[in-house]
Design a protein around this ligand. Structure first.
Ligand code: GDP
Ligand code: MG
Length: 606
């Protein structure tokens, strides 16, 4: 143990710029992982991560590196961070566990919105930032232009910037060497009382919760009894270890080191990301003497930003759904859920998510890992209503009261930063205005690239904002946002009636000025998404008792199958199969079967 030879670092990048590939290459080139054990993207464990090529949960690994310059062996602790805005809280925690960061920039793309957002986070944590130009093997790479961009926009010295290709294994030694040279060793004091920052945790069915942490002061030994300061839980350490990235037990971990512990912890809520661990004994003594140990800065509960209803297609699956949510929550403390009953939808749950990607992931895991057929309602943000000085939280559009004069309605706003080639500035400002945005700033980063800052209602962002941004800029713009605060808006509840029956699961909350236009587009879209029935089906959008838009689906002709009788048997089979498949993802509202797509219609209005 020599803290002078420890380097704790993380890798930050815009999505797809090569962070995970570089992490893999570092493990490989330091022979941390034998080449034959190398599955592609080793640090991305979950199936969904590998398939989508994104990092959802951060992972950590300890790497031993023998410097080719001074011949010394260094312990490098690497944290791979999630690359999506939904999980930026986890990024900031893992950065707090490091002294430095590799900033990976795709040399064929340049700086993107997440590059900047991550740099801001790294600077807030006082990290030494080492820029790396990745993908220099690509013919389209422009290392000089991108190096200049980094120098001008971020102010990092790029005179000796590493040119690398994580894919082709170019520049990896230079990267390792600059980690050793440029990132400072941890300021470690083993004589102080033990304090450690939790940057990740997950549930293991054999050992209970496994907690990843960075020791800030003192040391922790097997057998110690720990206290988790934010949750107040206490547990005895049954296992201490390091990640190589396989978990390997050690006797103790000391200041500056990164590792894991287990202690038969049954609930991830006991050991949340950002919490501080200290010794239970020291806690008690501190309490008695009035000399309490300060928690490390940074703990904050993750707050669900969007909510959606989740209902089993088959009512018999309700128990399975409840058990499955319980199991997922063991691993994911940011998932919240509570039972919800809705006339037409039956028994289900109202779930809270960090964002849309988080929601999609949970939905996918429920159907993939637990075999559930589910109907999800459109996600909505959490609104607040103030009535005579009393505040109510509204987590479902159908719960929004009929607004009267003594109601004040509020919605969350975000600060959105968009990076784009300047030729698309006009198109982006048009989009921002359509989505009730307030233009805050436009800056030219370079003569051809701009950054545009908007303040927008989150509710306008969680619909198809990202898709629209991409399609209006031919895919060139990138965006990143952070939550600001609640602001007053003139909001109303838009109800949907199908065949004169109220469908609360289809209700949405909109700005009063847009109510009519949203209503019109929504009923039109529902008309196209709901299959014809044997009878005519009127679809109406209403505010209170007032109908603001309506359409109707004409009755189906009775002879759909009749045409096939005796004839083409495969075609008939196909038709029936199609019907059966459709059935799996439908909910009956009154006498009308409504497919999953219709519940999401409000997200993608023409
Ligand atoms: P992350 O989202 O930042 O973790 O990016 P990944 O490591 O998943 O890489 C995104 C894509 O870029 C993958 O298809 C990689 O194979 C590819 N990639 C990564 N590094 C390089 C590189 O140096 N050169 C080339 N040509 N492709 C790369
Ligand atoms: Mg990745």
């Amino acid at each position: 143990y020599n803290p002078e030879r420890i380097r704790n670092f993380s890798i930050i990048a815009h999505i797809d710029h090569g962070k995970s590939t570089l992490a893999d290459r570092i493990l490989e080139s330091t022979e941390t992982v034998a080449a034959r054990d190398m599955t592609e993207q080793l640090l991305d464990n979950m199936d969904i991560e590998r398939e989508r090529g994104i990092t959802i949960k951060l992972q950590a690994a300890r790497v031993l590196y023998k410097s080719k310059k001074d011949g010394q062996v260094y312990t490098l602790n690497l944290c791979d961070t999630p690359g999506h805005v939904d999980f930026s809280y986890e990024v900031s925690r893992s950065l707090a566990a490091c002294e430095g960061a590799l900033l990976v920039v795709d040399a064929s793309q340049g700086i993107e919105a997440q590059t900047l957002a991550n740099v801001y986070l790294a600077l807030e944590n006082d990290l030494e930032i080492i820029p790396v130009l990745n993908k220099i093997d690509l013919p389209a790479a422009e290392p000089d232009r991108v190096a200049q961009e980094i120098e001008e926009t971020i102010g990092l010295d790029c005179s000796d910037i590493v040119h690398a290709s994580a894919k082709a294994g170019i520049g990896i030694d230079d990267i390792l060497e600059s980690i050793v040279r440029k990132i400072p060793p941890p300021q470690a004091n083993v004589d102080k009382p033990f304090r450690a920052l939790i940057f990740d945790s997950y549930y293991d069915s054999y050992r209970g919760v496994v907690v990843f942490f960075r020791v800030v002061d003192g040391e922790v030994n097997k057998g110690d009894k720990l206290r988790f300061m934010a949750s107040g839980a206490e547990h005895e350490v049954t296992e201490v270890g390091v990640m190589t990235p396989k978990q390997v037990q050690v006797d103790k971990l000391r200041a500056g080191e990164v590792g894991y512990i287990c202690g038969g912890i049954k609930d991830v809520l006991d050991a949340r990301v950002g919490d501080t661990m200290i010794l239970a004994k020291a806690y008690k003594e501190g309490k008695a003497s009035g000399n309490e140990i300060e928690p490390l800065p940074g703990y904050a509960d993750s707050i669900p930003m969007v909510y959606a209803g989740v209902f089993p297609v088959d009512a018999d699956d309700y128990e399975t759904l409840r058990d499955s949510l319980g199991k997922l929550r063991l691993n994911d403390a940011s998932l919240s859920y509570e039972p919800e009953t809705s006339g037409a939808m039956g028994f289900g749950f109202r779930c809270g998510f960090l964002g849309l990607l988080h929601m999609e992931i949970i939905n996918e895991r429920l159907s993939r890992e637990y075999g559930l057929d589910l109907i999800m309602t459109a996600p909505s943000v959490v609104y607040k209503v103030n009535k005579n000085g009393e505040e109510f939280v509204i987590d479902a559009p159908s719960k929004m009261p009929d607004v009267t004069r003594d109601h004040q309605t509020m919605e969350p706003y975000v600060r959105m930063e968009i990076l784009t080639p300047s030729e698309y500035n006009g198109a982006i400002i048009e989009l921002g205005q359509e989505r009730r945005g307030i233009l805050i700033d436009i800056k030219y980063l370079t003569p051809t690239r701009s950054t545009i800052v908007y303040e927008l209602p989150l509710g306008e962002v969680i619909t198809d904002f990202f898709d629209q941004l991409k399609s209006r800029t031919k895919g060139y713009a990138s965006m990143e946002y952070s939550i600001l605060e609640y602001r007053e808006s003139d909001l109303v509840r838009l109800d949907i009636k199908i065949n004169y029956e109220l469908a609360p699961a289809l209700a949405c909350v909109v700005h009063r000025d847009n109510a009519q236009s949203v209503g019109r587009r929504l009923v039109k879209s529902l008309k196209n998404l709901i299959p014809r029935q044997m009878f005519k089906v009127p679809i109406q959008a209403c505010i209170g008792a007032k109908v603001v838009a309506s359409e109707s689906i004409s009755a189906m002709r009775k002879d759909v199958l009749a045409k096939c009788y005796g004839g083409d048997i495969t075609r008939k089979k196909k038709l029936l199969q199609k019907q059966a498949k459709g059935k799996a993802k439908m909910k009956a509202i009154g006498k009308v079967n409504v497919p999953q797509e219709a519940f999401m219609a409000v997200l993608k209005l023409e």
